[in-house]
Ligand binder design. Structure first.
Ligand code: FES
Length: 56
């Protein structure tokens, strides 16, 4: 599912970025651009990052 519509970023891409080494929301944002436009997705994107980090 899309988390960030502005940048077209899915939850799968966020998970992938974390598996590849991102270890915070900030890392993910810098890598994928998620949350860098309207910012509406930030809350959900942070949640996905938290959940994924919690599974590692
Ligand atoms: Fe992510 Fe707008 S939906 S910045």
């Amino acid at each position: 599912m899309y988390v960030c519509l502005c940048q077209g970023v899915t939850d799968g891409q966020i998970r992938e970025a974390i598996y590849e080494g991102c270890c915070s929301y900030r890392d993910v944002r810098e890598n994928l651009g998620v949350g860098t436009q309207c910012g509406k997705c930030a809350c959900l994107a942070k949640q996905v990052v938290r959940d994924t980090l919690g599974e590692l």
